[in-house]
Design a protein around this ligand. Structure first.
Ligand code: CP
Length: 309
């Protein structure tokens, strides 16, 4: 039974199949209206979400199934042994998606679950976002995926980690224009760092301008993790980041004269990692990308519950 965590255990064929199902279902929605009939997805959230919650819930509805939302604070997950609660939950639903603070909790839950679990974003990985991102890239270019060049600018984090895995498995070129990650950083993953070192198609540069000429897509994400963004104790860190990270910001100057598409996984923080001008630029595909969360979730759910069983 596959659990969708960091995707390191997924083959190129697995990922290609999920993306192919996403495209097929997107193009032929009426053929899949009952595909997950009488199946239920439990969605557990320790952190806030807009897109992950909406897209999974709507995906289940549009595939004929049901999704139920469980907030950590108002369920008994907060009171007792995680493994007990998950073992119970997995006897009532066919699949569980969890957005957690710590990947270690995902591993505990996956070990106790009798049904597949999906990582809905933790401090290290965001696999569902990366599937969406690749789906979006394939839709916004006529070139074969393996010839595309994605330039990610900002900080190495859960989103860039999952893009590294995707690039390694699917063969597109990925440049990370980021400061060197510290090994004590929450998102640090030695296996993925080794992929950056060993795969010549994945490189790290100090400035996005070093790689932008050949980029088909430029992508950024928040400079500060979602759970800390409104934390008053992080105010000084946020202010300092604006100065330290300015060269990594997607703005009109950076993208001037380049034929590329602008991506961001949302939520957006104007004038931190990106400017509003760049968000609204005609080259921006940010809202298509966000809308594709729905289609990528459908492909993943269908693969997990029907095609791969
Ligand atoms: N990109 C993303 O995961 O969005 P949410 O945090 O709103 O779910």
């Amino acid at each position: 039974m596959p659990h969708v965590n960091h995707l390191k255990d997924f083959t190129t064929q697995d990922l290609t199949d999920i993306l192919s199902w996403a495209k097929t279902i997107k193009d032929n929605p009426d053929d899949f209206r009952s595909a997950l009939s009488h199946q239920s997805l439990a969605m557990l959230f320790q952190k806030t979400s807009t897109r992950t919650r909406v897209s999974f819930e709507v995906a289940m509805t549009e595939l004929g199934g049901h999704a139920l939302f469980l907030d950590w604070q108002s369920s008994n997950f907060i009171l007792t042994d995680l493994a007990y609660e998950i073992e119970y939950l997995s006897r009532n639903v066919q699949v569980i998606m969890a957005r957690l603070l710590h990947n270690s909790d995902f591993l505990t839950m996956a070990a106790a679950s009798q049904v597949p679990m999906i990582n809905g974003c933790c401090e290290r990985y965001h696999p569902c976002q990366a599937l969406t991102d690749v789906l979006t890239m394939t839709e916004h270019s006529d070139k074969p995926l393996e010839t595309l060049h994605l330039l990610y600018t900002g900080v190495q984090n859960n989103v860039s980690n999952s893009l590294v895995l995707m690039a390694d498995r699917l063969g597109f070129s990925l440049t990370l224009a980021t400061p060197e990650p510290a090994e004590n950083q929450e998102s640090f993953d030695a296996d993925l760092q080794a992929m950056i070192t060993n795969n010549p198609s994945i490189v790290q540069v100090a400035d996005p301008r070093d790689a932008i000429v050949s980029a088909d897509f430029i992508y950024t994400d928040t400079w500060i993790d979602m759970q800390y963004f409104n934390d008053p104790t992080k105010h000084a860190e946020k202010t300092a980041l604006v100065a330290q990270m300015q060269r990594f910001q997607i703005n009109a100057d950076l993208v001037a004269g380049h034929e590329l598409k602008i991506m961001h996984d949302m939520p957006i923080h104007n004038d931190y990692e990106i400017t509003e001008t760049a968000v609204r630029d005609p080259r921006s595909i940010i809202f298509d990308q966000a809308a594709n969360r729905l289609h990528a979730q459908k492909g993943l759910l269908y693969w997990l519950l029907v095609a791969n069983t």
